[in-house]
Design a protein around this ligand. Structure first.
Ligand code: MLY
Length: 265
């Protein structure tokens, strides 16, 4: 399918409604993203939230920043909204009497941290305070209802935002289910989570909303054309889209008698 995903069509097709804006802890109009790749800021270490660390903006996506903690590896990048309370301008921590900390898994000897920090900040391009936006207020109550549609971050692939449905509601929490993925990516979160967005969010921020997975429950009309609906829908719809099979051997076909040698790619 090459057609673009349309919420209007999808809501009609699935006979469902979008969760109202006031359910979310998100601003009605997504905040503008003025940040630039390479700028530095302070961020709470996602793996050790009491630590405030130096982070570098590695990428920009919609109203979010892809961040990497200085002194950490490239395997623990994380994404934050520009109005997240987890990020702040450089200098904020010190102003509050705190001390910047090395990230969990600091790649150098702990004793080299003070010098590392000095060098990291020296001549760094610091994100201006005006770029940080105020966190939106909390929703008054959990007003999500089972079946409501939304856009949600895939926590296993946090750069992705996908169509989702509220699968359950319990107290202040909601169960976020990903349409067409058979539960593999579903999670519980608080109703005021910053990882869930109202329908239409991505089109406002310019983010690419992922299309729903392949495993959609088949409608009655299309089931009729299947030879054995119950089996076909269950089986053929089981595995999500797989990328094209990877050839066993990369690069040149090994010539007869010649060893493959080193890859040139
Ligand atoms: N490469 C991953 C992508 C899955 C994304 C699922 N999201 C969109 C709910 C996989 O196939 O497992």
């Amino acid at each position: 399918k090459s057609e673009q995903f349309s919420w209007d069509d999808y809501l009609k097709e699935t006979e469902s409604i979008a969760a109202p804006l006031h359910c979310f802890k998100q601003s009605r109009i997504p905040p503008t993203n003025d940040f630039k790749v390479g700028m530095k800021l302070e961020a709470h270490d996602p793996r050790n939230v009491t630590s405030v660390c130096i982070a570098t903006i590695i990428g920009i996506t919609g109203a979010r920043l892809r961040l990497r903690l200085d002194g950490s590896d490239n395997k623990n990048d994380f994404w934050r909204l520009v109005d997240s309370s987890d990020i702040q301008p450089i200098g904020t921590c010190e102003k509050k009497g705190g001390m910047l900390q090395p990230p969990l898994g600091f790649q150098m000897n702990a004793s080299s941290w003070p010098m590392f920090l000095l060098r990291t900040l020296n001549g760094a391009e610091m994100a201006p305070a005006a770029f940080f936006k105020k966190e939106p207020p909390k929703p008054a109550a959990n007003c999500f209802k089972v079946g409501m549609k939304l856009e949600a971050i895939d926590r296993k692939n946090p750069y992705l935002i996908c169509p989702a449905t509220i699968g359950d509601v319990k107290g202040d929490e909601v169960f976020v289910t990903f349409d067409g993925w058979r539960g593999a990516f579903d999670y519980w979160c608080r109703c005021d989570s910053r990882d869930i967005f109202p329908v239409g969010w991505c089109s406002l921020t310019g983010d690419a909303l992922q299309p729903p997975g392949n495993n959609v429950s088949i409608t009655k009309s299309s089931a009729k054309i299947q030879s054995s609906p119950s089996k076909v829908t269950r089986r053929s719809m089981q595995s999500p889209q797989k990328s094209a099979p990877v050839p066993a051997q990369r690069g040149r076909k090994p010539g007869r008698g010649k060893p493959p040698g080193q890859s040139t790619v």
